[in-house]
Write a protein that binds this ligand. Structure first.
Ligand code: GTP
Ligand code: MG
Length: 235
């Protein structure tokens, strides 16, 4: 049996391999910055919170920036070009392509030591490709297929899967479900069940941000504050 690995988020928290870790929150709370930070940390030695692995990055919103990777690499004292080379980057334009890209990564995972798979963000393309109540059940079915495959790959290849997610914009709906801090991730039960750990990010005072572990098999519900620096996510 493979041994589970853990990759630091750049703050106090870390995510475990062989499972899906979901990070959700409103716009500009730092989800993409966290994804960039972990894409560098995953490559570092264990003593530095890493897993000495390569990274696969599926970008659904076009917000991946190699220059950010390079800046974050400098914080950790690693070669910026090498840090970029260790990231297999792919941009998905629609939900079908998102699934094809995932499937295509299986050969990367089988031939190289990948430890992190990022999907930033998991729901955005499903939300634009399937519109309205009439297409909701079909959306959830297709989403379920993607999540099953991602879970399977996480276990087979010992990967930390990091998915970012949006929150419902309809205040009525979030109040109704009374999610943590009145914010509810999108994706419904199918995504809720697929995610082993859910981390809620929100803006605090000024530059401060707050992360709250909402659902974790090994951590009680607790909060930690962090800031977004030029070197990525930090305490
Ligand atoms: P959405 O994708 O829009 O939902 O937002 P997000 O949660 O992905 O937010 P993102 O990770 O893009 O965070 C945006 C925040 O990061 C902004 O407040 C920026 O000020 C900050 N940020 C982005 N780039 C840098 C940088 O180079 N240096 C620093 N210090 N902060 C940055
Ligand atoms: Mg983002």
């Amino acid at each position: 049996r493979k041994r589970c690995v853990r990759i630091s988020t750049g703050s106090k928290h870390g995510f475990q391999s062989m499972s899906i870790n979901e990070v959700y929150g409103e716009f500009r709370c730092g989800k993409t910055q966290l994804a960039h930070t972990m894409a560098v940390i995953a490559q570092l030695p264990k003593e530095m919170g890493g897993a000495e692995g390569k990274v696969a990055y599926i970008d659904t919103e076009g917000t991946f920036r190699p220059e950010r990777i390079m800046e974050i690499a400098e914080r950790f004292g690693v070669d910026p070009d090498q840090a970029c080379e260790n990231i297999a980057y792919a941009r998905a334009q629609n939900s079908e392509m998102q699934m094809e890209l995932l499937e295509g990564l299986a050969s990367n995972f089988a031939t190289n030591e990948y430890r992190l798979l990022v999907i930033d963000s998991i729901m955005s393309l499903y939300r634009t490709d399937f519109i309205g109540r009439g297409e909701l059940s079909e959306r959830q079915q297709v989403l379920g297929g993607f999540l099953r495959r991602a879970t399977q790959m996480a276990e087979e290849f010992n990967l930390v899967v990091l998915m970012t997610n949006q929150v419902q914009s309809d205040p009525g709906a979030s109040a109704l479900f009374a999610g943590a801090d009145g914010r509810k991730p999108v994706g419904g039960h199918i995504l809720a069940h697929a995610s082993t750990t859910r981390l809620l990010l929100r803006k605090g005072r000024g530059e401060e941000r707050v992360a709250k572990i909402v659902d974790s098999p090994d951590c009680p519900e607790r909060e930690a504050s962090y800031i977004i620096t030029n070197g990525g996510i930090n305490d």
